[in-house]
Write a protein that binds this ligand. Structure first.
Ligand code: GLY
Length: 572
């Protein structure tokens, strides 16, 4: 055999061996490059296995990350009705393989006839249920317009192709999970109260069980109209008539004009840095991006890695940073189209470092003594997040929501989808807490056509100019601190993506002045030490449902699907 032929044979044998090793899914060790659950070509991580399947199929047939994201958003509206939606809104952060970044704000808006005091009684006190349940709680939905805009700008497959999987799921039904059966049974009475004629989510014959088929024919028709007519299929015509009909039935405010006038907004992402990594995240109308960068800047001077994950010093520094950042959030953040958010001042590293200088190692700073900084120049927590990367390396991070679980609980008759209760994210009265205990003031007061402040924090992280992580989560006010802890878990504590997502979390939001911790997040000695310093530590249920993707140094995608839910990472 000649030398070159011999060489070619050797190369072929090596290639065959490589293929066998990789496809048998046991490459770690032999090649030292990737685990069986790390993938080269693309990945989708979402709150429901059916939605993740839809996304990966779109990628496999040549769609890019935005095509997959649009398909997943519509699929979640079918298979994850507690937060997936066409009747709500959300945010997208995008990074192309070449490094171009963009952000899309498809957050709901207050109706044109909304008023500042619309949720107050005659004595000026908030009527809490009014902004939470029923027709008056709904903002003008933004999701459909958002998906149309995203697809128009970046999509590669046809609009019909990305809509079809959701239509199939609604028309033919899908098997609900054990968790979903429990949720739907728990909400039976309330869903009947707001939808006396029944909805697909109510089982009138028996109770829901795992693997029951949920068929949504009305929703399938609505999705077909959106497929055929784009935004006009939702904001005009039969669906708009149904929404306005619902408003008349339940004294809601949304009009045909409001629907027609709704438009999502492309915005410049917030960027910041943390220990050499670049953070690309959502600007206002979300508070999430600014708060995330503030938190990272606040803790960067401290040696978290030396102290250890959830060690008392680590927790103390993070809690004091959170307290200060959430105090700023309450005062300074709101819809930038209506209020001059002092973005530059809040994102100034020196400002955040200086805020931490008032913190005392020996005693908790009482929130009652801490106000927002002076800036120069001026339920259930149900939301859902998904992260997608395609073969080229384009990345999408979308967080989308109805606000509360199943939103306002109002399903639009004849159109088969739930309306949001996002109006509760406004500050209905200065200092009055919303459903997440968050307070606000003028910046986030209600005005016609204004967007309510959000905590959603879809984020992309770069390392050395290359994609590193795609991350986000639901969780109301805990969204920001969960995304923050997930990033820190990877960067400071060298956790895998799955480890960082699953790690137990804790949360402080200035008011109420308490550190909410998941079970087993902190050991008893740490709790004891912190309590002695005056930290009010309370145990609570799960925090966050982070769905994230990490790009390893070998160029493979590692998924992090939150075990707190039915979430699923699928790669190929
Ligand atoms: N509805 C929760 C949020 O937007 O923060």
């Amino acid at each position: 055999m000649q030398k070159t032929t011999k060489h070619l044979v050797n190369v072929r044998i090596a290639a065959i061996l490589f293929t066998v090793i990789v496809s048998s899914g046991c490459a770690t060790g032999q090649l030292g490059k990737h685990n069986s659950d790390e993938f080269k070509n693309g990945m989708v991580v979402s709150a429901h296995p059916e939605a993740s399947e839809v996304g990966i199929e779109i990628l496999k047939k040549g769609g890019n990350a935005v095509d997959a994201a649009v398909a997943v958003q519509f699929a979640l509206a079918v298979v994850y009705p507690n937060a997936g939606n066409i009747g709500g809104g959300g945010f997208m952060v995008y990074r192309s393989a070449a490094g171009e970044v963009n952000a899309l704000d498809f957050r709901e808006k207050a109706a044109g006839s909304a008023t500042r005091d619309m949720y107050l009684d005659t004595a000026g006190n908030p009527i809490v249920t009014k902004s939470l349940y029923g027709h008056l709680a709904a903002g003008v939905p933004g999701s459909v317009d958002g998906m149309v805009e995203a697809h128009k700008k970046y999509g590669k497959l046809s609009w019909a192709e990305v809509l079809q999987p959701a239509i199939n799921l609604a028309q033919n039904g899908f098997k609900i999970t054990q968790r979903q059966a429990g949720e739907l049974n728990g909400l039976h009475r309330k869903l009947m109260e707001f939808n006396p004629n029944g909805t697909a989510f109510v089982n009138l014959e028996s109770t829901w069980k795992a693997d029951d088929l949920l068929i949504q024919k009305e929703l399938a028709n609505t999705l077909r109209l959106i497929k055929e007519k784009g935004r006009a299929g939702f904001y005009e015509g039969a669906v708009a008539d149904s929404i306005v009909g619902e408003m008349k039935r339940g004294n809601g405010l949304i009009t045909k004009e409001d629907l027609k006038n709704y438009h999502s907004a492309w915005r410049k992402p917030i960027t910041g840095s943390y220990r050499g990594y670049k953070i690309i995240t959502m600007p206002p109308t979300s508070s999430g991006g600014i708060a995330l960068v503030q938190l990272l800047q606040s803790v960067e001077p401290f040696p978290l890695n030396k102290w250890g994950h959830n060690a008392d010093s680590t927790v103390q520094v993070i809690v004091e940073a959170e307290r200060r950042v959430y105090a700023d959030r309450a005062t300074h953040l709101g819809d930038p189209d209506f209020y001059p958010v002092p973005q530059t001042g809040l994102l100034d590293a020196a400002y955040n470092k200086n805020r931490m200088s008032t913190f005392d190692w020996n005693a908790a700073t009482p929130s009652s003594k801490l106000l927002a900084g002076q800036i120069k120049g001026a339920e259930h927590e149900e939301t859902t997040h998904f992260s997608i990367v395609d073969r080229q390396g384009n990345a999408v991070s979308i967080t989308t929501t109805l606000n509360g679980s199943y939103g306002s609980l109002v399903a639009v008759k004849g159109a088969g989808f739930l309306l949001n209760n996002e109006m509760d994210d406004f500050s209905v009265k200065p200092g009055a807490p919303n459903m997440y205990g968050l307070v606000g003031g003028e910046a986030n007061s209600i005005s016609p056509n204004k967007r309510m402040l959000s905590s959603m924090t879809p984020t992309i992280v770069e390392k050395d100019g290359k994609l590193f992580m795609v991350v986000g989560t639901p969780g109301g006010s805990t969204i920001i601190t969960s995304v923050f802890q997930t990033i820190v878990n990877v960067i400071d504590f060298n956790m895998s993506m799955q480890g960082a997502v699953a790690a137990k979390k804790f949360h402080h939001q200035w008011l109420p002045d308490e550190v909410a911790v998941e079970k087993d997040a902190l050991d008893s000695t740490t709790v004891e030490k912190l309590r002695k310093k005056g930290y009010n530590i309370i145990q609570r249920g799960p925090i966050g449902r982070v769905d994230a993707i990490l790009k390893t140094k070998w160029g493979y995608y590692q998924g992090g699907a939150d075990p707190r839910g039915d979430d699923k990472a699928i790669g190929y």
